[in-house]
Design a protein around this ligand. Structure first.
Ligand code: ADP
Ligand code: MG
Length: 695
């Protein structure tokens, strides 16, 4: 392998390449587009396209594609060759500015939730010049947004970019109030820590549930699970190590800042953390990371499972979405400063986030809603479905002192006056101890831990950006009109701490007592399932906020609501059908074979030793028989519920939540019980023990 600095970004048309290959004029113009969102004109686009094409061809590319993120959850590409005819039956490798800026995939097969009638199948993709183009599998990939001709967003990038813009404009208003005139742009940054499982491919191929649904639908608890927690600090196994090295290399070539690779608590669970970057780039990179993980795993005879809950009773996988805001002058707005003014500014942004999370709990929960994530939120080691903010004791004490105008009783005992006093120093290390909080302040960023491992991080970040933009808008409205800025600021922060402190919780988020307190005393939302969470988006105040900031139109919101519910219904229906298939065609036949074998050996033994009837044989055959009947009955029950799924998509989703999932759990229970008394050689597919400890 060549050196890492040499390797890093070698397949990316990044700033270094642009500078080397574009004229100063073109480069400056493109830079302006990237930094300030200035419109790109066609002559510049043509020059960029020429340089991009030449660079891509030199690096082995033969095709190009607009790379985008439709609402299916994965990325989409439609490859076109660079090849174009030239005189004398020669060919040229060519690519135009127009092809760079805009593309027209046949959009009819992507979900639009009714936004685009199928007869009007045209949608277009538009280059996002703030995310660099890259080469993957001999194809130049151009990150793009995907819209209908009416301008409605049909993807995840478009609203993400809009939410970043909203946050930028509101944050700038606040910064101006603090006399900050140099800052031109505020961007949200994200470092998404990606969890995943690696299992052996041969075993994977023997399980239809993994193949069709990405998770196990059956499986008795193995004798050893994760209780020893010996995996977390354990050495990384050679096969996994080889995978990680290979993965890092692939990601580095694509300019993804993969930095930390380590084991997680559950056996065969691991994590990859990249260095944080601007949110839309982080989202693109995370999509790439997931794709490359799967591809590289295959090369090592492994399968990478990105599902949120591949194994019942074992930790699920999430993405810890580390989020902060920073300025183009290099200031992290969530970092406590050195001077009284910097402190006051920090506190204002901090309180804005607290207010945002409290007021838009429902939107945050809905931004991470999926059938897969429903199994994780609230389960072992996952954050609960109730959203709360962890600040740590010291920072909480600071806020309390401000709210009650009483002396701060941390390291120093004194009153705090915003704008005049320096904040007491609080120890950063104490802010990252709580692993059970869904939204934790970790020193200079917030860590949103509810995002599912297989999901795009876009939806969650759209909601965070939108909610924070709204809080900042309200703050700016009030402060811009204030006569005495310092007094108004102090009062604003004080009031908002009082109004939103119910969302702050520093205790154990897994504790049942907390869920009770959160919902019954504090009135926080506990949205346990996707259909519940999705209803939140239809609340007029939520629609109003998203529309006000230009993040979604009402039609876009309603279409996304439909699509997400449809995905939920489809996902669970496939799971239910897979269970039926496995129970009827694999589990029941195996149990009957085993019972037959027992019966004939019992008959043979009885002939041999007639005076000694083997009671244990009779017992086992009897038990197997009653389990076979129970499985058969549960199968029929599930089948009839699946057949009864109907109505509009919301009725279907609620029917699934209330009936189908229970019937699936009932079928699983009897099958898992049967597994524990069936001879290993008869069980038709690899067990939990095989899968979890098989790498
Ligand atoms: P910790 O262990 O305290 O959570 P790490 O350094 O391990 O911190 O970071 C975890 C993730 O958070 C990494 O992806 C990292 O790049 C990201 N991160 C660090 N600082 C920031 C920040 N200011 N904004 C967004 N993400 C950040
Ligand atoms: Mg962390």
């Amino acid at each position: 392998m060549s050196s890492v600095p040499e390797l890093f970004g070698s397949m990316v048309f990044d700033d270094k390449v642009m500078r080397a290959r574009l004229s100063a004029e073109v480069y400056d113009s493109l830079r302006d587009t990237i930094r300030k969102g200035k419109k790109l004109d066609l002559s510049v686009a043509n020059a960029v396209a020429d340089a991009m094409c030449a660079w891509a061809v030199e690096n082995g590319a033969t095709h190009f594609t607009h790379w985008f993120q439709p609402l299916t959850g994965i990325t989409a590409e439609k490859h076109d060759g660079f090849i174009s005819p030239a005189p004398d039956s020669h060919v040229l490798m060519k690519f135009s500015g127009r092809a760079l800026i805009q593309g027209e995939p046949d959009a009819s097969s992507f979900p639009s939730g009714g936004l685009r009638a199928t007869f009007e199948a045209r949608g277009y993709t538009a280059w996002d010049p703030t995310s660099y183009a890259f080469i993957k599998e001999k194809t130049l990939c151009i990150p793009t947004a995907f819209c209908s001709y009416g301008g409605e967003a049909l993807d995840k990038k478009t609203p993400l970019l809009r939410s970043m813009e909203a946050l930028n404009s509101q944050a700038l208003r606040i910064l101006r109030l603090f006399g900050n005139a140099d800052v031109q742009r505020v961007v949200p940054n994200v470092g998404p820590e990606q969890e995943y499982f690696l299992i052996d491919r041969e075993m994977y191929l023997k399980r239809k549930d993994l193949i069709y649904t990405g998770r196990t639908l059956f499986g008795a608890k193995p004798p050893k699970g994760q209780e020893l927690e010996d995996h977390y600090f354990g050495a990384i196994k050679p096969r996994v190590k080889a995978f990680m090295e290979d993965l890092d290399e692939e990601l580095w070539k694509l300019g993804v800042y993969a930095k930390t690779e380590h084991n997680e608590v559950a056996p065969c669970q691991h994590e990859l953390a990249p260095i944080f970057t601007v949110t839309n780039v982080a989202a693109d990179h995370n999509q790439l990371t997931m794709e490359i993980m799967k591809k590289v795993a295959r090369r090592h005879g492994l399968v990478c499972l990105l599902h949120e809950k591949p194994f019942a009773g074992v930790n699920g996988s999430g993405k810890h979405n580390n989020w902060s805001m920073s300025t183009d002058t290099g200031l992290n707005l969530l970092s406590p400063g050195e001077t009284p003014y910097e402190n006051a500014q920090f506190l204002l942004f901090l309180v804005a986030v607290i207010k945002a999370v409290d007021e838009y709990q429902g939107l945050l929960r809905l931004g991470v809603a999926s059938a897969g994530n429903d199994h994780r939120l609230g389960a072992n080691e996952a954050p609960p479905a109730v959203i709360s903010v962890f600040l740590g004791d010291e920072l909480s004490a600071v806020l309390e002192a401000i709210e009650t105008d009483s002396p701060y009783t941390g390291t120093e005992k004194r009153r705090l006056r915003l704008g005049t006093d320096v904040l007491p120093r609080f120890n950063r290390d104490t802010t990252d101890r709580n692993r059970t909080s869904p939204f934790a302040f970790t020193g200079n960023k917030f860590e949103f831990r509810m995002v599912g491992s297989s999901d795009s991080i876009s939806c969650a970040n759209i909601m965070i950006n939108a909610a924070v933009a709204e809080a900042l808008r309200q703050f700016a409205d009030r402060l811009e009109g204030a006569e005495d800025f310092d007094a108004a600021l102090h009062e604003l922060i004080r009031e908002n701490i009082a109004a939103h402190k119910r969302i702050i919780f520093n205790g154990n988020g897994y504790d049942d007592a907390w869920i009770k307190e959160a919902t019954e005393v504090r009135g926080l939302l506990n949205l346990r399932t996707t259909p519940d969470a999705l209803q939140m988006v239809l609340h007029p105040e939520n629609i109003g906020m998203l529309v006000r900031h230009g993040i979604f139109s009402e039609a876009e919101i309603r279409s996304r609501y439909e699509i997400t519910l449809e995905n939920y219904v489809r996902t669970v229906r496939i799971e239910a059908l897979t269970m039926l298939d496995m129970a009827r065609r694999e589990i029941l036949p195996a149990l009957r074979r085993y019972r037959g074998e027992l019966a004939s050996s019992y008959g043979a033994a009885k002939q041999l030793v007639p005076v000694l009837p083997c009671r244990s044989d009779v017992k086992l055959i009897t038990r197997l028989t009653s389990l076979i009947d129970a499985i058969d009955e549960s199968t029929e029950a599930l089948a009839s519920f699946v057949a009864a799924i109907g109505g509009d998509v919301s009725e279907e989703a609620f029917f699934i939540r209330d009936k189908v999932l229970d019937a699936m759990a009932a079928l699983r229970k009897v099958c898992d019980e049967a597994e524990t008394i069936t001879a290993a050689e008869y069980w038709p597919f690899p067990t939990y023990g095989d899968l979890l400890f098989g790498v």
